[in-house]
Design a protein around this ligand. Structure first.
Ligand code: NAD
Length: 263
């Protein structure tokens, strides 16, 4: 089923991981995809090849831009609209995380994570919404959040705070622009097999330890996340806005309560 036939989609940070899977899945659904990357042009080209293979007759563009930089984002939107005239769907996927005890975190590291994850999501959303308003028939925004928008994460203060911020941004933009035909939602992945998790994914003992904490008993795949983004982007989700879908294998269900503590 090609639910996104002919739609123009921008996926930020789609040279790897979940973003790459989203670009491929959206291509498979018939969408024309813009692959944004920050550093790795070769990996972006690989994403493009795979998306075109999945989508057969789709169009694609590759654009280098750092989503935390206003001038990069504005230029990226100018290029997309210059080439294709219109954009229908924005996926704010680009994200980073940095580990350090909160009391030892350097201000520049804190700012960097907030700048990519939260400011980047704001900047791309702002440019997309300007365009959606100008063309007068709305559009769709989907943000890649995390279970850490609700689960505290010691050692990753800036990341958890940025994802909570994305939750608020999602709901606020959804409410602000609902009457303009703009839907804004988010997906909150749990533990997913991507490069960012290489350390535990490639170590069988650590992976078993992580997976023992997940009610469904395993880590998720980028393709499983992409399926949720595709649903939210499609008209199957036409009456859904301001929501976060927790795609986390049950990680947010208080797994410690699987067995009664008393009685
Ligand atoms: P990843 O590192 O493979 O993907 C992140 C992408 O963002 C990379 O392609 C990277 O180049 C890009 N990026 C980083 N900074 C950028 C910038 N300034 N401008 C443009 N692009 C930039 O990791 P992933 O796991 O695929 O992460 C994708 C998203 O999913 C992130 O927002 C992450 O927080 C979220 N997420 C991942 C998991 C997980 O378990 N993997 C869980 C929850 C949420």
């Amino acid at each position: 089923m090609r639910r996104l036939e002919g739609k123009n989609v921008l996926v930020t940070g789609s040279s790897s991981g979940i973003g790459r899977a989203i670009a491929i899945r959206f291509g498979h659904e018939g969408a024309n995809v813009v692959i944004n990357y920050r550093k790795d042009a070769e990996k972006a080209e690989e994403t493009e090849r795979l998306a075109r293979e999945a989508g057969k007759s789709i169009k694609s563009l590759i654009i280098q831009a750092d989503v935390s930089r206003e001038e990069d984002v504005v230029e990226m939107f100018n290029k997309i609209l210059g080439e294709w005239g219109t954009l229908d769907i924005l996926v704010n996927n680009a994200g980073i995380q940095k580990l350090s005890a909160s009391h030892e975190t350097k201000v520049e590291d804190f700012d960097k994570v907030i700048a990519v994850n939260l400011r980047g999501t704001f900047l791309c959303s702002r440019e997309a919404i300007k365009h959606f308003l100008a063309r007068r028939y709305g559009g769709v925004i989907i943000n890649n959040s995390s279970v850490h928008e609700i689960i505290p994460w010691p050692g990753y203060l800036s990341y958890a705070a940025s994802k909570s911020g994305i939750s608020s941004l999602t709901k606020t933009l959804a409410l602000e622009y609902a009457d303009k035909g703009i839907r804004v939602n988010a997906v909150a992945p749990g533990a997913i097999i991507t490069p960012v998790n290489r350390a535990w994914v490639e170590d069988p003992r650590r992976r078993a330890e992580v997976e023992s904490r997940i009610p469904l008993g395993r880590a998720g795949t980028p393709e499983e996340m992409a399926a949720v983004f595709a649903f939210l982007a499609s008209d199957d989700a036409s009456y859904i806005t301001g929501q976060t879908i927790l795609a986390c294998g049950g990680l947010t269900l208080y797994p410690e309560f699987r067995k009664p503590w008393s009685g």
